[in-house]
Write a protein that binds this ligand. Sequence first.
Ligand SMILES: [Fe+2]
Length: 409
Amino acid sequence: MNRRELVEKIHKLHYNYDLFSKENNLKNTSYDEIYAQILKHPQKENYILTSNNHDLFDKNLLYFFSADEINSITKLLNGSQECFVEIVKLFDTYRTNTKFMSNLKIDINENICDLEADGVTILRNIFSDKELSILCDFEKHLSAKSEELFGPMTEKASHYKTPLVLNNNQLAISSYSEKVLPVNHGNTRHNSKNFKGYLTLHPGCENLLFKKEIETIVRYYFKNTSSNQLDLYQQTAIDWMYSAPYLSTPWHFDNYMTQLKIFIPLEDVEVDMGPFYYAKKSHKYNSDIEKYMKHQYFINKFNYTHGRLDRNHWPGVCKDYGYEIATSILSDEHVDNCHTQLNKDPVNIKNNSYEKIIGTAKKGDAIFFDVCGFHSANLVQRGIRKSLMVYTDHKKLLFSGRFFDFICK
Ligand SMILES: [Fe+2]
């Protein structure tokens, strides 16, 4: 398969052949033939699939891409950055052009526009203390119990596991375990996927994530009105960020395709409490470094063996502890990964200047960001930054997610 054929097939994936055949009384007509007819139709946009039609998209995937072809597509995308970028952009063009009707009266248009244009937006004062109370109580319980069992969290960075069991119909934490990381970069994390099947989300999240404004922004970004509420979210994580000598995360991106996360502070995040940085507009494939890094990530997937060993922000750590740079981390050559002082200046990433968003926020706010864009941590100078990180399910909700999942299996 060559580039032109692949691009055409990606277009073909986006049409509703069942609907067109039914309306035009077509029987025993191949999808390719129907596609040719759709293109001649004056209202061809009426037959474009919306992300509500996952089943039809999957049917198209199986129809247009045979198992034999998958290898040649991967080879083509690995071998040509230009082709890869064209395909990702094509999926994104279909996503952004899809109309989304919301009957929500409250005005969140500005947030939706900012999120699309910049890759980040802050929704202010959306949750009351009461709405946050179950989650905050759970956080207090977890951190108190963890400190009792494992000692002060400030002296290390770690991951906690707390599997859940059902006792007399009551959900209870069955055991605690802790994996301490070799370098104290201040971040301790508790992930809902460690509940092992009982809950996808931390207790108290329903109040927050199914609140109309939050759900609408997520659905708008994915242009999805029909999926089950629970299918929107993949997992949640409680993060405790302490003062530590090293940044927990240098400049990086999480994915080569659109993926939305929500940062919900459980206490105010002031300027000296480690608010994150986000490089505005870096979620699109505009600059050479965005194209290069994301293509490399597509080729090598997330791993530590294709990274570089020259980062300064963890001096000595890489070699001493066997840490290498993951494929999605920007090298020290390209950006300052050692920043210790917060500033509002644009960030320079391989000769590209990006305006920054500083993630300061009040308890009650929610920050939405597309993690296909570049972002980084900041050192905590005072207190503890406590937050909930929410992972939306882009692999389920987006056609690009479904396509790349399909070819990467
Ligand atoms: Fe990230």
